[in-house]
Design a binder for this molecule. Structure first.
Ligand code: CO
Length: 494
């Protein structure tokens, strides 16, 4: 069998998983040449939450970052993570915005577009796949891996076949929560390889220490590529470390020969960067966390959840809420827990515990039940569906994006009316992150001041509590943390 190759994920998932996506471009550029010389299958450098973090926290133009990175590492294909019709946001965008986003990204030097849908409803990936092919680039279909009574090996193999039919040039098993065990890794790789004649990638997170043995099992079963990172932006909630994987493959005929001296030089650089980002790193992300196996909930979701329950004075009800999560998931058709469905299921579980089961149905949970996020893998509980219809109207037939009108022209007109740059890059960013993009385009965006560590940042002042009322009963509040102004929209429960 051929040598297994590595994708190097340190510049995207590495810092997204271990440092809240806060690595600035200035910390990446000095090592792009070294990374480029290693000969990785691909460098994952963009997409996922990095675009949001650029405009929201780092005051960077994400397309400018992409142009600089592809120029600084021109030999290795660059790879990005694309949430299908949601692009890099949480809800569906019109087809013309998805197509323009892909074209702009390809023009800045992106090669491999890893495309997924949170529900594995592949109607939501087809427009993006076609746009990537039209740009002459490489679409990769990523299957969101999860565990539930309806998620069989046959279902995942059918997903791989559908991606192949759409025109994808490789397939990825995307284990975003680190739930994939070695036996299942072996079976999935064997069956997908037998069904689809495309290169196969395994992407996992070492949160519960399963990714490393699962990579080994997958390599034995013939997986072509695995995703790795560089410590300290590796292991824990991140990808397995590159040097660790090379050591484990010692004596294996499929072992790749990446230069370890280069790895150690890179690790030295990233150790300094990790220290610089200490306000955003946490020991909880670095250690093995078996709770994700117990509750089948991604690690990031658990830590957010503990904070949310504390704020609601419900910390003592955490066990009840965790027990409620699988019930909510089942009622909503066994959806995988990945952005944004993890947040939706978690919030509904909390509401069920607090007010009684389904006494208080959140709008987003209702929208899942109504098919707005796509077709659910299992059947939605009929009572929950009826409740959703009674409160929020009829279910969505087909793709949510079919109900959306083209927007590129109106986005550009809006930018022009504001006296701002109105090209395709500006318009697609403005569609997803309007206020932040406006600040970037005006040149008034400021990088956030990192919170103090280890204590949580004190809320220095809460201002304008009597903020303008919105029609939906929402109110907007301004607040200041360590001198940085933030805005939050608060709605009454229900
Ligand atoms: Co990931």
């Amino acid at each position: 069998m051929n040598t297994v190759t590595f994708n190097q994920n340190v510049l995207r998932d590495g810092h997204q998983s271990l440092a809240a996506t806060r690595m600035p471009t200035s910390a990446m550029l000095p090592v792009c040449g070294e990374l480029d010389a290693c000969g990785f299958n691909a460098l994952e450098t963009w997409g996922g939450a990095t675009i949001d973090a650029c405009v929201r926290y780092l005051a960077e133009d994400p397309f400018d970052r992409l142009g600089k990175l592809t120029a600084a590492a021109p030999k290795t294909p660059h790879m990005m993570l694309l949430r299908g019709q949601n692009i890099v946001q949480y809800t569906a965008f019109p087809d013309d915005v998805v197509q323009a986003f892909v074209a702009c990204t390809a023009a800045r030097g992106m090669t491999i577009f890893r495309i997924f849908d949170a529900l594995n409803d592949l109607k939501n990936t087809e427009v993006a796949v076609k746009a990537v092919l039209k740009a002459g680039k490489h679409p990769q279909g990523a299957i969101s891996y999860t565990i539930s009574p309806v998620h069989t090996v046959e279902l995942f193999v059918a997903n791989a076949r559908e991606f192949h039919r759409q025109g994808c040039q490789s397939i990825c098993i995307k284990d975003m929560a680190g739930l994939l065990a070695p036996g299942m890794a072996r079976e999935l790789v064997t069956k997908i390889k037998a069904a689809v004649p495309l290169p196969l990638v395994l992407h996992s997170h070492n949160t519960a220490c399963l990714a490393v043995p699962s990579y080994l099992a997958a390599i034995d079963a013939g997986v072509d590529i695995v995703d790795v990172s560089i410590a300290p932006f590796a292991n824990g909630t991140g990808q397995p470390d590159q040097a660790l994987m090379q050591a484990l493959l010692e004596g294996n005929p499929r072992k790749p020969a990446y230069d370890l001296a280069a790895y150690y030089r890179l690790r030295e650089h990233f150790t300094k960067v990790y220290a610089d980002l200490s306000a955003f790193t946490s020991p909880a992300n670095e250690r093995t966390d078996l709770d994700i196996l117990r509750f089948q909930v991604p690690g990031g979701m658990l830590s957010n959840f503990r904070n949310q329950l504390k704020e609601q004075n419900m910390a003592d009800r955490m066990p009840e809420v965790l027990d409620e999560i699988p019930r909510v998931r089942e009622a909503l058709g066994w959806i995988p827990l990945v952005t944004p469905t993890s947040q939706i299921v978690g919030t509904q579980a909390m509401l069920n515990v607090r007010f009684g089961r389904w006494k208080n149905l959140s709008q987003q949970a209702a929208e899942v039940a109504l098919g707005k996020y796509g077709q659910t893998p299992g059947t939605v509980d009929p009572e929950v569906k009826a409740l959703a219809i009674s409160k929020f109207g009829p279910p969505v037939e087909g793709r949510a994006a079919d109900q959306l009108k083209p927007r590129m022209e109106s986005l550009k007109a809006e930018l022009k009316a504001k006296g701002l740059r109105a090209d395709d890059e500006a318009a697609v960013l403005y569609a997803m992150f309007p206020s932040q993009t406006e600040a970037i385009l005006r040149g008034t965006a400021q990088p956030e001041k990192p919170p103090a560590k280890p204590a949580a940042a004190p809320v220095a002042a809460v201002a304008s509590a009597a903020a303008k009322p919105k029609p939906s009963g929402e109110r907007t509040f301004d607040f200041t943390v360590d001198g940085v102004r933030h805005q939050a929209v608060v709605a009454e429960v229900g």
